[in-house]
Write a protein that binds this ligand. Structure first.
Ligand SMILES: [Zn+2]
Length: 417
């Protein structure tokens, strides 16, 4: 299970073996971040939709579930119940439990602010009077669900604090409203993208798993990020456990990269994706190699600017290459060629970024395929001295070949030894 395959910050520098001294040509930033990667596409400053990376151009976050009719939802439920994932009884049991506004009154009555404002013995009666007056639906415009209702402040406690008032002044029945758990939660800065998605996080994780059926953990993560999820990878790992459990009961297919062979596909925007050896390639791409073992590696040299000499070498295992076989709704099949950069610590979820997975949106100079036991070698002529130098790229995931006069234009090639 690969949990870090889409981390562009990762660089296995200690495995790099360089044949010739690297005094001039190779620049290996030890703390490379996406910020100093000139392949970066500037994200939208705060808007979660629109221009947050080329992968999302014009489409924003989200997948097709937003447009689903009740018929589609019913179809999904019918299918997974037929498969034996769960029973109708369990579905109804779960729905009934979530429509019960259990502990809304008691939790409110036990809050320090309410006890303080209404007096200890009196609070429960005040709260229950307020509770019965409600209409039993989420107050958020356009929602109105009866599921998972919670008591929520109309004007948040923080606003009272900002106005120099005591926090407990927010805890009055006049300042309370019923909202569903989701609309309560997505007001938090850490859930800034929540409002752009349709399902709750835990539901969306299972919708992607059971409906889109990603074949690898890496693709599962990519789908989650495109959906708009900004939570840590461990939540995706946990949800992926269900794929393993279902696979053990033959209800799910996890890709066996160790034994599989694949067709490599190249898209007009440079994205490289794959299908299984006998699967049809989607419309709009070229098959660039047949019968590629899942244990092999693709290496490529790219230029951010075709007129410059800012060559970058990258490699990834075929097992990390996204599949182009999923139903992504109105998204093109190469939209999964993305890598994700988590929000910086303490920053809002909107600071998460999706980058095109190189060589997507890069100028591809050369590429090669190697077996596990082989090594990539970068050949480049230096303009100053005019002779070739070879560099074994080892297991390095990404290296920058230094810009400037040191590398002769059009002299960089990738070989395998
Ligand atoms: Zn709601």
């Amino acid at each position: 299970m690969n949990t870090s395959g889409n981390d562009p910050n990762e660089d296995a520098g200690e495995h790099v073996r360089i044949v010739e001294p690297a005094e001039t040509v190779i620049d290996e930033p030890s703390s490379a971040t996406a910020d100093d990667d000139n392949s970066q596409v500037a994200p939208a400053a705060s808007a979660p939709t629109g221009s947050t990376g080329a992968a999302l151009r014009g489409l924003g976050f989200g997948l097709q579930d937003r447009d689903w009719t009740d018929e589609r939802w019913r179809g999904l439920l019918d299918r997974v119940i037929d498969q034996g994932l769960f029973t109708w009884r369990e579905v109804v049991w779960l729905a009934l439990g979530h429509v019960n506004p259990s502990q809304v009154g008691t939790s409110l009555a036990s809050s320090e602010g309410f006890k303080r404002n209404y007096g200890k013995g009196n609070t429960m009666a005040v709260v229950m009077e307020w509770f019965y007056e409600q209409n039993g639906r989420c107050a958020e415009a356009g929602c109105g669900t009866r599921l998972e209702l919670q008591a929520d402040h109309v004007k948040p406690r923080e606003d009272f604090k900002k106005e120099g008032k005591a926090k407990h002044e927010a805890d009055t029945k006049e300042n309370m409203v019923l909202r569903c758990r989701r609309h309560n939660v997505i007001k938090r800065p850490s859930h800034a993208l929540g409002g752009t998605t349709f399902l709750t996080l835990e539901a969306a994780l299972m919708w992607i798993l059971l409906e889109i059926q990603p074949r690898t953990r890496v693709d599962y993560g990519r789908l989650c990020r495109i959906y708009g999820m900004s939570m840590s990878d461990i939540r995706i790992d946990e949800a992926w456990a269900m794929a393993g459990w279902l696979a053990a009961e033959r209800c799910y297919q996890i890709e066996d990269n160790e034994r599989g062979t694949y067709r490599l596909l190249k898209w007009p925007d440079g994205a490289i994706t794959r299908v299984r050896a006998r699967e049809a390639a989607p419309v709009g791409c070229d098959v660039i190699r047949e019968r590629v073992p899942g244990t092999s590696f693709v290496g490529f040299i790219t230029l951010g600017d075709p007129d410059a000499t800012d060559y970058t070498f990258r490699q990834m295992s075929v097992a990390e290459i996204p599949f182009s076989t999923y139903d992504l709704g109105n998204r093109p099949a190469n939209d999964l060629a993305i890598q994700y950069v988590a929000p910086k610590k303490g920053q809002r979820a909107t600071s998460q970024r999706l980058f095109p997975l190189a060589p997507r949106d890069h100028h591809l100079v050369d590429w090669a395929l190697r077996a596990e036991s082989e090594l990539f070698v970068i050949e480049a002529a230096t303009a100053a001295r005019g002779f070739d130098r070879g560099f074994e790229a080892g297991e390095s995931k990404r290296r920058k070949l230094r810009d400037g006069a040191k590398i002769a234009k059009d002299s960089v090639r990738l070989d395998v030894v």
